[in-house]
Design a protein around this ligand. Structure first.
Ligand code: MG
Ligand code: MG
Length: 251
């Protein structure tokens, strides 16, 4: 069942999203060679708390941190640790904020040390471009397949591949609500997007195989099956009568 949000609900979610965007903006200034993902997690947790929110991920099904930090072949759900980031690492940071009971969810990807022109940077650029294309397709009356198709077309035109076993989701008072939001699809198919729907659109794209494997030791991390690079970016988006409203955009 898809829970439709009122305009007031969406305004509350936008407040949550603003804290999350500001946390990501702060993290963006901290990602550097030699920094650990645990340090980034501490920075995010303190910032979110100072702004009246709670990190949604921490404690979710036992997850131990407020960030998911996924390096290189890790796709999503990496647990922050004490390994210093290295020059050229592809770091994806996913974070959720709960503010006054409303959840926002957003992810960004970086090349550590800012290695422009690398394959990692091309992959990240394609991920953001595919997200932008998907957001543009989030029009009232459009279909979910239009969104997935838009994401997929941009990622594949750049020479990369869309991971299919992991998808986006509705979001609201809970982090994971209906509907599922695939990053692939056929235009004109799927449910109709109606004003009041709020979704987390989160392309996960790979240089190599789209097959994934779970880490049996930590119980969380998900890797590309061939060890190739992956990138993950995400925004929380409200469908409004006027079109898509990105709730996790920077001010
Ligand atoms: Mg997320
Ligand atoms: Mg999500």
């Amino acid at each position: 069942m898809i829970i439709r949000k009122s305009q007031k609900d969406i305004e509350q979610m936008q407040r949550s999203g603003a804290v999350l965007a500001a946390a990501h903006d702060l993290l963006a200034t901290k990602v550097a060679v030699g920094v650990t993902t645990r340090e980034l997690d501490t920075i995010a947790e303190e910032f979110i708390r100072e702004h009246g929110g709670v990190g949604t991920f921490k404690g979710y099904q036992g997850f131990p941190a407020v960030l998911c930090t996924s390096v290189n072949e890790k796709v999503v759900h990496g647990i922050p640790d004490d390994e210093p980031l290295a020059e050229g690492d592809l770091l994806s940071i996913d974070c959720g904020v709960t503010l006054r009971g409303w959840v926002s969810d957003s992810a960004r990807s970086y090349v550590v040390g800012g290695t422009g022109g690398s394959e990692a940077q091309r992959l990240i650029d394609a991920a953001y471009d595919s997200l932008d294309a998907g957001i543009a397709a989030c029009q009232p009356g459009a279909r979910m397949g239009d969104v997935g198709h838009a994401v997929q077309a941009v990622a594949e035109a750049a020479g990369f591949h869309v991971i299919r076993k992991l998808v986006g989701h509705g979001v609201g008072r809970n982090m994971h609500e209906d509907p599922q939001v695939p990053n692939y699809g056929t235009a004109g198919q799927g449910i109709v997007l109606e004003p009041g729907y709020v979704i987390a659109l989160e392309p996960m794209i790979a240089v190599g195989t789209i097959e994934i494997v779970e880490d049996e030791q930590d119980g969380w991390s998900i890797y590309s099956a061939d060890g190739s690079l992956t990138a993950h970016v995400e925004h929380t988006i409200a469908i409004t009568a006027d079109g898509p409203l990105v709730l996790t955009a920077s001010a």
